[in-house]
Design a protein around this ligand. Structure first.
Ligand code: GLC
Length: 557
């Protein structure tokens, strides 16, 4: 087995993508006349392939298997290190212990992990809660280790919370809204557990956790993919939960773009940071969610209606993102030479971006080879900042074309010092300073330059970087990043973030024993060890969304 696994790793570096049989081909769904029959067929194929996957395991290309059950018995030994062909790093066992200590129980069942276990910190704030987004790397670690139950409990518990009536002051929130976080309260006297949840009504700044529902759907797919258990996703409750989330983001409004309009602080960056509008993190997650939902929604009367809307939206969204959010040397040069005040359909500078608004740093930052999806695009506004999560998710969801994915990795390599430095990985680049910081953050003392959300380095992002590296066939980049993390992370007691241009200093207000720093490291390690895990969190490119190739007239002959 070990030989096979090593072979698998070597194999990955020579492949750009992981074929996936079960994901819907958008092209088929767009084929109107055959829509119903075809959908039904792909659904059956999907179930079949998902149920007969065990066959793939042990084969030479084991990273290609459609699901990766981590069959194991004991709860305390991480399967990943037990079956490792080389000595596991001592940090792995330490991380598993810490991850298990962060478990949160509701009526004796594990339902999530606490955000940080830092009792030394003077202010707990809400770090003693289970955050939906923070739980994702924990969930992946448990799935990869063959412990899916906690993930199922979490999915069901949060689904229940979605069903609550949610209000902020006198305003009733959308039915589909998922909480940013929840907390279990234990009453030792009456011996009962109760839950409180935060949908933004207690959050600092009353920010809306747009990403929570998205991560919920992504996790539901990861669970389904990893266990082969379709019954959870197909249950009426989960189907309804998905439809409610989708209703929130697919409803018609005044939009002129297929991207999703958001308020500031709507995602991992949950404070004012100038990400309002169409932030890349949300757009990439939105794209991924639409594709996951397409694979999970049943083809019943209610599901079908959503599937049709999703297919249309995906089509428009991929076009918009790939055309207008993409920046490379050539594109930057084009924008630099843009004419302004163009009217009508023939406009080249569609958003009327004034070239003078291009910040100086971007000209130096842009390598000749490489590119990335910029932070935000709206009328006369391009936020040229580079954001880690959005770009990695763009690779994983195949929002980025294979060429764009390669370019994103090229840029990370070319700008290693700026983006990785001494601790992976910058949440965004560069930091905003001085007057701009005052205007954009509202003088936020937590988000000073090169700290926290403003150019800080977040170890949790290591798992996303690793996944993107494996998908693009560049595991050696991930290995380099993991080596950096291993030189400090445990010694520093798993901080939430690091500060400074190189990410050299433990963050000013960083929590210690931050669970997603711990879980992110474990997930990165397990994926490198067994790249077949990648399938849980990655989607293959869809044929229809490929850029159009001109066919020669002899094509039909
Ligand atoms: C901070 C982060 C947010 C995270 C939370 C709990 O608010 O910005 O992304 O979910 O802490 O760790």
């Amino acid at each position: 087995m070990d030989g096979v696994r090593e072979g698998g790793l070597r194999n990955v570096s020579s492949h750009c993508s992981i074929p996936e049989m079960d994901d819907f081909e958008l092209s088929r769904l767009m084929d109107k006349p055959r829509l119903n029959i075809e959908r039904q067929r792909s659904f059956d194929e999907r179930s079949l392939s998902e149920l007969s996957i065990g066959l793939n395991r042990g084969g030479g290309d084991n990273y290609e298997s459609v699901y990766s059950p981590g069959a194991r018995s004991g709860l305390d030994t991480p399967a990943s290190s037990a079956r490792n062909s080389f000595e596991p790093h001592p940090m792995v066992a330490e991380a598993w212990d810490a991850l298990r200590r962060s478990l949160v129980y509701f009526r004796s069942q594990p339902v999530g992990t606490i955000a940080a276990y830092d009792h030394a910190s003077e202010e707990v704030l809400n770090y003693d809660q289970v955050f939906v987004r923070d739980f994702v790397p924990s969930a992946l670690a448990f799935l990869m280790n063959g412990e899916p139950d906690i993930v199922k409990n979490f999915l069901l518990k949060t689904l229940q919370l979605q069903g609550w009536e949610k209000r902020i002051d006198r305003f009733k929130l959308g039915e589909g809204a998922m909480p940013a976080s929840f907390k279990v309260l234990h009453d030792p006297v009456r011996k009962i557990d109760t839950i409180i949840a935060d949908f933004g009504e207690s959050a600092i700044g009353r920010v809306a956790p747009v990403d929570s529902g998205f991560w919920w759907i992504i996790l539901l797919r990861a669970y389904t993919k990893s266990t082969g258990d379709m019954s959870l996703a197909e249950s009426p409750e989960c189907q309804k939960g998905m439809r409610l989330i989708l209703t929130l983001c697919l409803s018609d409004g005044f939009d002129t773009f297929p991207t999703l309009l958001c308020a500031d602080g709507c995602s991992m960056i949950d404070r004012r940071m100038g990400i309002y509008g169409y932030p890349i993190e949300i757009q990439a997650l939105f794209f991924m969610v639409l594709r996951c939902a397409l694979a999970l929604l049943k083809h019943d009367a209610e599901g079908k209606e959503f599937i049709e809307r999703i297919v249309k939206r995906l089509h428009a969204l991929s076009y918009h993102m790939r055309s207008y959010f993409w920046l490379d040397f050539r594109q930057l040069n084009d924008i630099y030479r843009y004419k302004t005040e163009e009217y009508s359909h023939t406009a080249v500078n569609k958003f009327n971006v004034i070239p003078d608004s291009i910040p100086d740093w971007v000209f130096d930052f842009m390598p000749t080879r490489g590119g990335y999806f910029i932070g935000n695009v709206s009328p006369a506004r391009m936020d040229f900042r580079w954001f880690a999560l959005g770009n990695c998710v763009a690779i994983l969801s195949s929002l980025a074309t294979p060429e764009q994915s390669m370019a994103i990795m090229d840029l990370i390599e070319a700008r290693w010092e700026e983006l990785v430095g001494e601790m992976p990985l910058k949440i965004c680049y560069p930091a905003i300073e001085s007057h701009e910081w005052r205007i954009v953050t509202g003088c936020d003392p937590k988000n000073t330059r090169w700290s926290y959300h403003n150019g800080g380095s977040w170890p949790v992002l290591l798992w996303l970087l690793t996944a993107a590296c494996i998908k693009t066939g560049r595991p050696q980049i991930a290995r380099r990043a993991i080596d950096l993390a291993e030189s400090r992370l445990a010694k520093d007691n798993w901080p939430e973030y690091y500060d400074g241009k190189l990410g050299r200093y433990i963050g000013k207000q960083a929590r210690k024993l931050q669970t997603w720093s711990i879980a992110g490291y474990l997930v990165a390690k397990m994926m490198l060890e067994d790249p077949s895990h990648l399938g849980m969190i990655s989607l293959e490119e869809d044929k229809l969304m490929k850029p159009l190739i001109k066919r020669s007239s002899s094509w039909t002959c």
